[in-house]
Design a protein around this ligand. Structure first.
Ligand code: BT5
Length: 334
């Protein structure tokens, strides 16, 4: 049943410029014309707008905003990303599914998307709140031919893509808090989790997970993160289409990724630094041995933090705790 319905949507989508006759649909799907008519009524109940004309047939006019493989694919103008989409209404974590799919050979550019995650993952075993229908909970499977050492560059690239899309599409002013949090008004609206399966010099696959808070009101954010988290709805006082955001992000990601593969990291680094939170400002850094003030200069090719000590010497940092907000609370462990 489900696959007949998907085929029907696909046929309508492929012919959206013209009408497709009931006769042709019934031949293609090998079901009766009255069964076609019943399917159309079901689609309309789900929010698809379908025009039926007695002598011409059917034509799809618009898709519902709710997420499904079909609605995401409809109007997605990409060459390789999102050609294969797995959508779940509810799942533990899209990262789990992505790893399973990747191990089973899923292609470069496969997308996993969920309306809700019951066990969303942050970095280092932290959790990510992913309430139903309120945000974009997405994982992408990539099979880049770059060295495993370059993988952090893809996380930084993803952050710049998110910042670009939020700026252009939602008219907000995002900043990227090193390495990968997207802030609006100093509060986190998106996070990125990159996981990799690699051998010594070869990446088998990378899964990039993006969590983006879209339509939560303040009271819909869990109390424990309310003081440091936000959503596009809170910042713009407008609801945004999650489907639309997914499509914008996929299109922008594909473009940025292709450019990165062609031209390397310098453009990404420049863009990242143009969004970098506290670049050029003083931050408090704690390492295992040390506790000091330094100026945040930018990022290195390998994703490390570049800082200038008070004595003028510059340094690369991989492992430290940073007091970004000078409140001793919002520490990012590198
Ligand atoms: C991240 O980790 O920011 C990476 C988040 C990645 C989530 C996506 S959703 C799709 C895919 N599937 C998954 O299971 N995960 C990925 P990290 O930098 O460790 O930040 C985690 C911290 O952010 C938590 O400890 C909370 O303090 C805070 N946090 C949790 N949920 C949040 C939310 N919805 N909005 C803002 N902050 C949140």
């Amino acid at each position: 049943m489900e696959s007949t319905r998907n085929k029907l949507i696909q046929l309508l989508a492929d012919n959206s410029e013209q009408y497709i006759s009931g006769q042709l649909l019934s031949e293609e799907l090998e079901i009766s014309r009255s069964a076609i008519w019943k399917h159309m009524k079901e689609l309309e109940k789900d929010g698809y707008q379908i025009e039926g004309k007695s002598n011409k047939g059917y034509r799809i006019i618009s898709y519902p905003d709710k997420l499904s493989e079909n609605t995401i694919r409809w109007g997605l103008d990409t060459d390789w990303i999102g050609k294969s989409i797995v959508h779940k209404e509810s799942t533990t974590s899209t990262q789990h599914i992505a790893h399973d799919e990747a191990r089973n050979g899923a292609s470069h550019g496969t997308i996993i998307i969920a309306d809700e995650q019951t066990n969303g993952k942050g970095r280092m075993n932290r959790s990510w709140f992913s309430s139903k229908g309120k945000g974009m909970w997405l994982s992408m499977i990539l099979r880049p031919r770059i060295s495993p050492q370059q993988a952090p560059q893809l996380t930084l690239l993803t952050a710049t893509v998110l910042a670009d899309v939020l700026h252009a599409y939602c008219h907000v002013t995002p900043l990227i808090k090193w390495p990968n949090d997207i802030l609006l008004n100093n509060k986190k609206t998106a996070g990125i989790l990159t996981e990799m399966q690699a051998e010594q010099d070869i990446i088998n696959y990378i899964v990039i997970g993006i969590g983006l808070n879209v339509n939560q009101s303040e009271s819909e954010l869990p109390e424990e993160i309310r003081h440091k988290a936000t959503s596009l709805f809170i910042e713009t006082e407008k609801e945004h289409s999650i489907k639309g955001l997914i499509q914008e992000i996929l299109v922008a990601f594909e473009k940025a990724y292709d450019q990165f593969i062609k031209n390397g990291f310098p453009d990404v680094k420049r863009k990242w630094e143009s969004y970098g939170f506290k670049i050029g400002e003083e931050i408090t850094i704690k390492t295992l041995r040390d506790h000091f003030q330094a100026t945040f200069l930018g990022i290195e090719e390998d994703g490390a933090l570049r800082i200038k000590r008070m004595d003028g010497s510059t340094e690369k940092l991989y492992s430290a705790e940073i007091d970004w907000f000078d409140d001793n609370e919002n520490h990012a462990i590198i």
